[in-house]
Design a protein around this ligand. Structure first.
Ligand code: SR1
Ligand code: MG
Length: 409
């Protein structure tokens, strides 16, 4: 079979031919297809039996090009293989937070999955100021478990190296290298600036050798630190939520990279959302902004605690794990402390890159784009850019996320 594009007209016929999908539907006579394509990369559909809403699947197809940029930006099918590999791994360590896969096809670059019909995209919920009491708890669990269990602290050396080679995802890594770490910082034709954003603010990043050097350090770290199997694009539209449950979706950028890249992406998008509320004066928005800051704080704090517990448990079960025997009793602790300090620094550096690229680069976020008033948007963008730059330049000196609550940007 050759690749062809699925659409409203041919999708039901395709699904009917798959035994794994036939099992999900008592009949296809009243099946409805809804295209929900959004985002930059893929086509997406929800298929539901109108007579029984529980009979429903989510279908995702990755075209052989970057959907948002068009066919002149070709991509191989490797990204769907990377996504399948990542979903398989993530559901092995954190099954309650990863949607179930019913069927996959490499030829058509298709995944047919659990339809999370009772969940909404996290970014949309945050824009609507919905409080999500489980968010920090669940996302810190996902990060700690997926990052720890694919690291050298959990895997035998040969297995870790096999994981790194198996998870190569070079097309998608190149997109990140270009669209996250390069174009937004060099006044590239792909960039998309708010016309109301002052040139001096843009220049304070693009024409600042110190900032450029720090961004280049983060890009180098991204390309040369295969610490764990990452989600690879963990922004707030890659998370689906309701008040009881959190799911992480869409790991098509997955590869073996620096742990701080996943944590930083999430935190950056929470901060961007924070700036979209913090200027409002209503009591509800003030409370919501505070909740967001507290959530970011909790996310790091809980992640650190859970990652350390997994590490300690592992060391107790295997006294010579990673470092070898601890002859003084303090060496493991000294290394754990140094490792987490560096991880916080990487997290802050990557969060800064993500915040800046969402403002100067082509891939925008609805948190800011919802504002039709370009001047207001520019004010918020300027605040976020200042905070990101401060965070980037001082990332080695922070011990936690308190600095943002203390500062005014
Ligand atoms: C050209 S668009 C690129 C971005 O879209 C994806 O969602 C990733 O975030 C990527 O950086
Ligand atoms: Mg995506």
């Amino acid at each position: 079979m050759e690749y062809y594009q699925l659409n409203q007209a041919n999708l039901i016929h395709y699904l009917q031919s798959l035994p794994e999908v036939q099992q999900k539907f008592s009949s296809f006579d009243h099946v409805e297809v809804r295209e929900i394509t959004d985002g930059n990369m893929n086509y997406a559909f929800i298929v539901t039996n109108k007579l029984d809403a529980n009979q429903s699947v989510f279908v995702k197809q990755a075209p052989p090009y970057i959907k948002v940029l068009g066919e002149e930006w070709p991509l191989t099918r490797q990204r769907m293989v990377a996504e399948m590999n990542a979903l398989h791994y993530q559901s092995s360590v954190c099954p309650e937070m990863v949607p179930k896969v019913y069927y996959q096809s490499e030829v058509l670059s298709v995944l047919i999955m659990q339809n999370l019909s009772n969940h909404a995209i996290l970014r949309t919920e945050l824009i609507q100021e919905r409080c999500l009491p489980r968010l920090a708890e669940d996302l810190s669990t996902f990060l700690a478990e997926t990052l720890f269990y694919s690291s050298d602290f959990a895997l035998p050396s040969a297995d870790k190296k096999a994981m790194v080679s198996k998870s190569s995802n070079q097309d998608m890594c190149k997109i990140t290298e270009d669209f996250v770490f390069t174009y937004p910082f060099e006044h590239h034709e792909m960039n998309d600036y708010n016309p109301a954003l002052s040139q001096s603010v843009i220049d304070s990043i693009q024409k600042n050798p110190n900032v450029r050097a720090h961004i280049a350090q983060m890009k180098y770290t991204f390309m040369n630190k295969p610490e764990a199997l990452l989600h690879g694009d963990l922004h707030t539209s890659s998370v689906m939520v309701n008040v009881q449950q959190t799911f992480v979706i869409d790991p098509e950028f997955s590869f073996a990279g620096p742990m701080g890249f996943d944590i930083g992406a999430l935190i950056a998008n929470l901060y961007l959302n924070y700036f979209s509320h913090a200027h409002k004066s209503s009591a509800g928005s003030v409370d919501y902004s505070q909740w967001l800051l507290q959530t970011i704080d909790d996310l790091w704090y809980k992640f650190e605690g859970k990652f350390l517990s997994l590490w300690l448990e592992h060391e107790q079960s295997d006294q010579s794990a990673f470092m070898g025997k601890d002859l003084t009793g303090d060496s493991h602790q000294a290394f754990r402390h140094a490792f987490l300090k560096q991880l916080l620094s990487d997290t802050l550096g990557f969060a800064a890159c993500e915040m800046i690229r969402r403002i100067l680069g082509v891939a925008k976020v609805a948190d800011f784009m919802q504002f039709e008033d370009q001047k207001l948007r520019a004010t918020l963008e300027t605040q976020a850019l200042k905070m990101a730059t401060t965070m980037l330049l001082n990332r080695q000196s922070y011990k936690n996320f308190d600095f943002i609550s203390m500062s005014r940007f």
